[in-house]
Structure formats: structure tokens, C-alpha cells
Write a protein that binds this ligand. Structure first.
Ligand SMILES: Nc1ncnc2c1ncn2[C@@H]1O[C@H](COP(=O)(O)OP(=O)(O)O)[C@@H](O)[C@H]1O
Ligand SMILES: [Mg+2]
Length: 250
């Protein structure tokens, strides 16, 4: 479903070019919940922004459902972003002047796809994520966890192929984080969603099927959860992260 192959990206600062992604290759299968972890500055957000088509890559390819995103024109990219991708950000990015329900419906309205079916899907998403009772409230009137669950529902409204999330639990306490991760699990189990999440939180990552560790611009190692229970997987993640940071020291 998603295939990133030998992705390269540098930032130019003045006359100097700083390579950030130095040949990242990875795949995400349909229905998988995958996390990317790595030290701060390892290029996680850059990777996500390239996959989101917000940043043009310098080399390599990104195939979404077999289609190379690099070759698309601006209008085609806008359509991919609106219909095939759903976004969840660390700081929620809800519109303060719209209710929870209106925020959830926004991508459908922007895509010109409003209908009774979409309205019914929004109601269903509210039920699944336990935000039905607050659907007429405004963002200022709800908790951080509720805001992020609203953002997850909004990301799913257009039936995207893939949900991209950048540190979705970064601004939440542990209880709210758990509720947001639960909403990703429900999106996967009940709606067949595919989720690609960047996080530095090993607790959040331990709920994933697979965790990709990024270091120094390349994939350092991939860990599969398999049949392991969550806390054993978290221990394994912490051990690998420790090993990765020790290797990094000169
Ligand atoms: N717009 C930019 N211009 C120049 N350098 C950038 C820019 N964005 C990020 N960087 C640099 O690229 C590196 C990777 O950043 P980022 O992808 O945000 O890492 P992460 O999300 O893993 O913390 C960092 O060293 C950062 O300072
Ligand atoms: Mg980041």
C-alpha cells in the first residue's frame, strides 16, 4: 500500500546542504499499524512530510497504492492529500470556530463530498471514538484527549488509504494518550484503517504491529510485535533504542 524506496532529502541552509534522509526504504501493508521512532532530529517529521507530499523529495520514490507521488501535478497532489491521506498532528489543528462534528466533516466539505452518507459516517465515527456526547461542543470546551480523538475521526472521514500521524500523543497525559492509541486500534480493527505514526513514545509505539527505528537518515532496524504482549514489546523497543543510541556514540 505504501512503499518508500531509497528516499533522499537534504535541507539547504545558505550554501550548505544538510542531508537528513539518506536512502530510507520501508513498506506499510494495508491494515497495518506502524510506528517510526528515532532520536530527535533523526528525520521523522521530514519523512512524514515527504510522504504527505508537503515536501518534495530529492531522490527515491514514494508509491501509494502503486502510484508514484513524485510524478503528480499540484492538483493531483491536493486530491491525494484530501481523499487518500488522513492527517493527525501533535497540536490537533482543530478549527476553534467549528464544533466537534463540523471539524470532523471538514475534509468531506472541502472535498465536495458532503451527503447524508457522510453525515452518517461522522455519527458512526463519534460513536466508535466515544465523542458522541460532545459532538456539538467547541474545541475550547473539550479535553486534549477528546480533541485528538476528534482529529482522528476527522482524518478518517474521507475513507483515506492511509492515516499519517506526527507525535499524536506528544501533547497528552498518559490517560489521554491511551485513549488516542485506542482510537487508532479501533480505526484499524473496525474500519480497516492503515496507520503510520511517528512517535518518540515507546508506550504508544508498543501498541503497533511493527516499529521502524530511524537513525542518521536511514532505517536502522525494524521490530515486529508478532504474538508478543504489549509490555514485552515495549521492553524490546527500549532495549533496541538503548542499543541504537550507544552505537551512535563515537
Ligand atoms: N526546514 C528546515 N530547514 C533546515 N533544516 C531543517 C528543516 N526542517 C528540519 N531541519 C533539520 O533536519 C533534521 C531532521 O528534522 P526532523 O525531520 O524535524 O526530525 P525529527 O522529527 O526526527 O525530530 C534536524 O536536524 C532539523 O534541524
Ligand atoms: Mg518531528
Amino acid at each position: 500500500m505504501l512503499a518508500v524506496n531509497d528516499l533522499q532529502k537534504s535541507y539547504r541552509v545558505g550554501k550548505t546542504s544538510f542531508p537528513v534522509l539518506k536512502g530510507v526504504s520501508l513498506t506499510v501493508d494495508t491494515g497495518e499499524f506502524v510506528a517510526v521512532m528515532g532520536p530527535s532530529g533523526s528525520g521523522k517529521t521530514t519523512l512524514l512530510n515527504c510522504i504527505s507530499c508537503y515536501l518534495p523529495a530529492d531522490g527515491g520514490s514514494i508509491l501509494l497504492d502503486g502510484r508514484d507521488l513524485a510524478g503528480l501535478r499540484e492538483e493531483e497532489l491536493a486530491a491525494v492529500r484530501n481523499r487518500q491521506l488522513g492527517f493527525v498532528f501533535q497540536d490537533f489543528l482543530l478549527l476553534d470556530g467549528l464544533t466537534v462534528m463540523e471539524n470532523i466533516l471538514l475534509p468531506a466539505i472541502i472535498g465536495g463530498a458532503m451527503s447524508q452518507t457522510v453525515q452518517a459516517r461522522a455519527e458512526q465515527l463519534c460513536q466508535v471514538f466515544g465523542i458522541g456526547a460532545i459532538q456539538n461542543k467547541y474545541p475550547a470546551e473539550i479535553s486534549g484527549g477528546e480533541k485528538q480523538r476528534t482529529a482522528v475521526a476527522r482524518a478518517l472521514i474521507n475513507h483515506p488509504l492511509l492515516i499519517l500521524a506526527d507525535e499524536p500523543t506528544g501533547n497528552l497525559d498518559s490517560r489521554s494518550s491511551r485513549a488516542v492509541i485506542r482510537s487508532f486500534e479501533q480505526a484499524k480493527q473496525m474500519l480497516g484503517a492503515t496507520i503510520f505514526m511517528v512517535t518518540h513514545d515507546s508506550f504508544a509505539a508498543s501498541f503497533c504491529d511493527r516499529v521502524i527505528l530511524l537513525r542518521d537518515g536511514v532505517v536502522w532496524r525494524t521490530l515486529e510485535k508478532g504474538g508478543m504482549d504489549r509490555s514485552a514489546f515495549q521492553d524490546q523497543l527500549l532495549e533496541a533504542i538503548g542499543e541504537m543510541s550507544r552505537e551512535e556514540e563515537p
